[in-house]
Design a protein around this ligand. Structure first.
Ligand code: SAM
Length: 223
């Protein structure tokens, strides 16, 4: 499941928080997002709902779980919880023998689009004890702001899912922008930290760590 090639640090034509960030957030806050949810995500969501009805354990969400390595690590670290790993990439999920197979581990790997999944979960009042987003696609070009999580209308729904949200990235600006977006919504200022993992939690964390990148983390407690 590992990714071993060396990678270069993120290069961007941005030197700080995007100048359009707050305008975009304001628009998304004022205007309801009406795009229909994709069929495959609705079906995946229904499947997850059925699986989760029999589970009374606290839930943890691993959004953009890739190969699900972090989902398994979280399930092992939190044996009393049930961890849901969601990713849109079938190719990545299929690298994990626990995807689409019968097993009795405290986790489920699900193929779905996160933006739609978050909207459905928020609408249905799902609550996760913890929510992790490890190394989201940075979309580092300025013109790609709206593809970043905080530049998407579903950002507001995502924030409603858990009282604890943790993001990790090898691009500091991504997390600074995310923190600024959370501050815009909640009024609370947040600090981006650097950290060194004892054991990398995911394939991308390992790849960036072994490539000598600085790693950043944003831990958010929401009420
Ligand atoms: C850079 S990889 C990180 C994977 C994993 N978290 C890790 O740290 O190894 C980003 C992941 O986010 C997933 N992803 C990006 N946009 C997504 C979306 N809209 N819905 C679901 N997954 C998405 C990609 O398929 C990819 O697996």
């Amino acid at each position: 499941m590992g990714i071993t090639t060396k990678s270069r640090p993120v290069r961007s034509n941005q030197t700080g928080i995007h100048e359009d960030l707050f305008n975009i957030l304001q628009k998304h806050r004022e205007k309801p997002y009406l795009k229909p949810v994709s069929r495959h995500t609705r079906e995946a969501f229904e499947y997850a709902r059925q699986r989760l009805t029999s589970i009374s354990a606290p839930l943890i969400l691993d959004s953009g779980c890739g190969t699900g390595e972090s989902t398994l690590a979280l399930a092992e670290r939190h044996p009393d919880a049930f961890v849901l790993g969601v990713d849109k990439s079938l190719a990545r999920l299929q690298k994990n023998p626990l995807f689409a197979t019968e097993h009795n581990r405290n986790l489920l790997l699900l193929r779905a689009d996160l933006f739609d999944f978050w909207r459905l979960a928020a609408r249905e009042g799902w609550r996760f004890e913890r929510h992790y987003i490890f190394y989201p696609n940075p979309w580092p070009k300025k013109r790609h702001l709206k593809r970043r999580i905080h530049g998407h209308p579903a950002f507001f729904d995502m924030l409603r899912l858990s009282p604890y949200l943790e993001l990790r990235s090898n691009w500091r600006i991504y997390l600074e922008e995310f923190a600024a977006a959370v501050a815009f919504v909640t009024g609370r200022s947040l600090e981006v930290e650097t950290f060194a993992p004892d054991t990398p939690i995911s394939a991308f964390e390992r790849k960036y760590w072994l490539s000598g990148h600085e790693l950043y983390r944003l831990r958010i407690r929401l009420s």
